[in-house]
Design a protein around this ligand. Sequence first.
Ligand code: ATP
Ligand code: MN
Length: 313
Amino acid sequence: MPSRTPAAARARPSQGEAEAPHITHGDRVIDPSTGFTKMDLVHYCAQVAPLMMEHLAARPVAVVRAPDGIAGELFFQKHEDSDSMAGVLQLDPALDEGHAPLMEIASPQGLRSYAQMNVIEYHTWNALKDRIERPDRMTFDLDPGDGASWQQVQEGARLVRVLLQELGLPAYLKTSGGKGLHVVVPLKRLRDWATVRAFSKAIVEHLARTIPERFVAKSGPRNRVGKIFVDYLRNGRGATTVCAWSARARPGMGVSVPVAWDELDTLTSSAHWTVQNIGARLGTGNTPWDGYGQAAASLGTAMKRLGFVADEG
Ligand code: ATP
Ligand code: MN
């Protein structure tokens, strides 16, 4: 084989088009609680890739690596030094100066390349690379404080939805695969980061003021006991949230899955779907988020309704 390879095939492939990597140590156990292996992860990624690519496309992504499995140390990686990973693109260095470039998963091969590097989680920015200063969504991260039940998380998500509806904003729901839920508001790319972050903060503070027995806007474990903390800090420049269809580096390996609002009551936890039972959900795919793109909102009306004054530079 070696000597007869045509010159074109021997040439260094251009970035993102390198050969799919050979998987090494495929039988290594990643999750000791289930026996899930590295090769299982590779298969998982191949299965969800068609659905996950819709959420990854054109978006800077950070990854969580677990070189010693999920029981070992985890590494959160926002930049990519290597320019020769199949399916992984390095983005324009100007997007985030002073670091190695941000990266994008350009094809399902990128998931395989990163699985070979023991990457389990994928976290995306709230903006696309071609207009990085104008976020295309707001994310509300609902986290249960100590003693808050799953029923409270479900109720919290319903209440967030009601407020967003009153503001005239669309809202889409996904499990985090961990403990809480994520409510996502698609936006027209009109406002800057500071404005979107400040407005998302105003929404969360309004919630906490209106229903203080249920919600808290301040972080810190003691503020949260028995309540739902809604984190607006996911809406700053460079902040990330786990991508739909990403597995989580936690025991049992939950998966972040888009769900329809009328399914919310039927969910048993945020890790309702895991890498083990996801097969039955693949057919439903992204259909719970049908209409997401067309629903993208401008924020003017919502800001007026909430009495929020934008201070845009
Ligand atoms: P849960 O539902 O259990 O709250 P989650 O995905 O909402 O799950 P975490 O897993 O706690 O929340 O993730 C926290 C967020 O902070 C992640 O979305 C990620 O983007 C970011 N993050 C995680 N680790 C780091 C890190 N080491 N450095 C910077 N940001 C991080
Ligand atoms: Mn959370």
